[in-house]
Design a protein around this ligand. Structure first.
Ligand SMILES: CC(C)(COP(=O)(O)OP(=O)(O)OC[C@H]1O[C@@H](n2cnc3c(N)ncnc32)[C@H](O)[C@@H]1OP(=O)(O)O)[C@@H](O)C(=O)NCCC(=O)NCCS
Length: 180
């Protein structure tokens, strides 16, 4: 049986570290970038997609854990992007989409393990994250992907109907948003 837990709800520091290692494994399994020039570059990459969120918003960092304590997927994010100008340093393309943050303040990252895809876990994680944001004065939530990515259909079926195509360093990118 799969349980969805927030990082803040984990039993101990040890348990949190173990879970974060599982999250890291899924992150690299899902990432197009897997090789790094130095350990520092790898650390910085992890920080901008996982570490920053685990440190600042552990209550919005959810993990799916099975009965053997294996991690199958995670979602993390920030409830109000406009309150964190430092995120523009981590994600420089934020300058292209900052107007969208007025309607879709929350920002998310999600990944499921290879073996756990296509069975509804991603949709469950989105629901848990969105429910945690409801009643907190947040109007909407967004994510950034690529317009030709397979996951576009996943977000669309989960209600992410607002779309803003933009270019960053000549690469096409896509913001998708949902009102809460
Ligand atoms: C995208 C992802 C989080 C969706 O979670 P999920 O549990 O697989 O999704 P669900 O079972 O709720 O929904 C299935 C939909 O997910 C998408 N999906 C399924 N497998 C996928 C995969 N390997 N890669 C990308 N999207 C996938 C499809 O749109 C699928 O819908 P379809 O079967 O009608 O085409 C998950 O598949 C994943 O981690 N994919 C790889 C990494 C990724 O794209 N992360 C998001 C970065 S913005």
């Amino acid at each position: 049986m799969m349980k969805i837990k927030a990082l803040v709800g984990l039993d101990s520091k040890q348990e949190k570290e173990r879970v974060l290692l599982g999250v890291e494994k899924i992150f690299f399994e899902s990432s197009v970038k897997r090789t790094f020039k130095s350990p520092e570059e790898r650390e910085a990459f992890l920080h901008k997609y996982l570490g920053w969120y685990a440190k600042n918003y552990p209550e919005y960092f959810f993990v799916a854990i099975d009965q053997n304590k294996s991690v199958h997927g995670y979602i993390c994010g920030v409830p109000d992007t406009t309150k964190h100008p430092e995120l523009s340093t981590l994600h420089p393309w934020f300058s292209e989409i900052s107007e969208d943050f007025l309607e879709y303040q929350a920002h998310l990252h999600i990944n499921c393990a290879d073996v756990a895809r296509g069975v509804g876990l991603g949709s469950t994680l989105l629901n848990v994250f969105e429910n945690a944001l409801r009643g907190k004065g947040i109007k909407g939530v967004h994510l950034v992907t690529a317009p030709d990515a397979r996951n576009v259909g996943f977000y669309d079926k989960n209600g992410y109907k607002f779309r803003h195509d933009f270019l960053w360093n000549a690469s096409p990118m896509l913001l998708m948003g949902k009102q809460l």
